[in-house]
Every structure is written in C-alpha cells, then in structure tokens.
Design a protein around this ligand. Structure first.
Ligand SMILES: [Zn+2]
Length: 145
C-alpha cells in the first residue's frame, strides 16, 4: 500500500464519498456527554454493505468505545470479516483525527485496508492504510501473507 496522501473529497470515487458521508451521519449519533468529542466511522465490507459506528462514552471512562471499534463490532457480529475501506471523521476542522492505538490494532486484525480520515469541513481527505497506521501490529498469523 502506498504512503499517505491528501486527496480532495470531490476527487474521490463515489463509493468512497458515500462511505465518508456515512461516517459523518454516524458521528451525529455519538454518545459523548463527558468529552463532547464526537466521532463517526463507516466500514464497508467486501459485499458492499456499510457498517456505521460512533464513539460511546461511559461515566466509567475506561469503558468507552471508539467509533472505529463500534463499526467493526457491528460488522463482525453480522458475520463480516473482509473489509475494503474504513472512513472516520471527528468534530475537528483543523486537524485530521487519527485512530487511537487500540483501534489501530483492531483495524489491523482485518488486513491492510485503506483508511480515509476526514476533517469536519470535508475539504481534504487524508488517505492512509491499516498497516501505515500500525506498521508492526501484533498478529498471531503471518502478517506478510
Ligand atoms: Zn480508538
């Protein structure tokens, strides 16, 4: 997979734009009363279905789950294990919010899929990948295969 690059939202393929817009929609459902930091994610499975996720905070802070892992949990619990792309968006217009370490490991588990990181303004999208986000992620199987 190639190095991260910046691409204008309007230049992306329609299916990627659709995935990003699904992450924006998911962000609307964020349950974040403690941080008010809203994040949305959207994961497309190999058969084209989009699974959306948002961050879900908890008054016991460590119980909080991120948007990326919510989307992955929804997809895997519906029998999906092969994914073609993930998009995430936070409520930030100045910086790209990247997945946390736990989410990077969770994404990595399912292969080197493209990851689209979007600011709330949608203008420019940072395109990276699971392996780029976590180059030497933990894996019990041969990760080079
Ligand atoms: Zn996370």
């Amino acid at each position: 997979m190639s190095a991260a690059k910046l691409i204008e939202f309007n230049s992306l393929d329609a299916d990627i734009q659709e995935l990003i817009m699904a992450s924006v929609e998911a962000r609307n459902y964020s349950y974040s009363p403690y941080s008010n930091f809203k994040v949305g994610a959207a994961l497309r499975s190999e058969d084209g279905i989009i699974y959306k996720g948002c961050n879900i905070e908890n008054s016991s802070y460590s119980v909080t789950i991120c948007a990326e892992r919510t989307a992955i949990a929804k997809a895997v619990s519906e029998g999906k294990k092969k994914f073609v792309a993930l998009a995430t968006v936070a409520d930030m217009d100045k910086i790209f919010v990247t997945p946390c370490g736990v989410c990077r490991q969770t994404i990595y588990e399912f292969g080197d899929i493209p990851v689209y990181l979007t600011k709330s303004t949608l203008g420019t999208v940072l395109v990276t990948s699971a392996k780029e986000l976590l180059p030497f992620g933990f894996h019990l199987q041969d990760a080079s295969a």
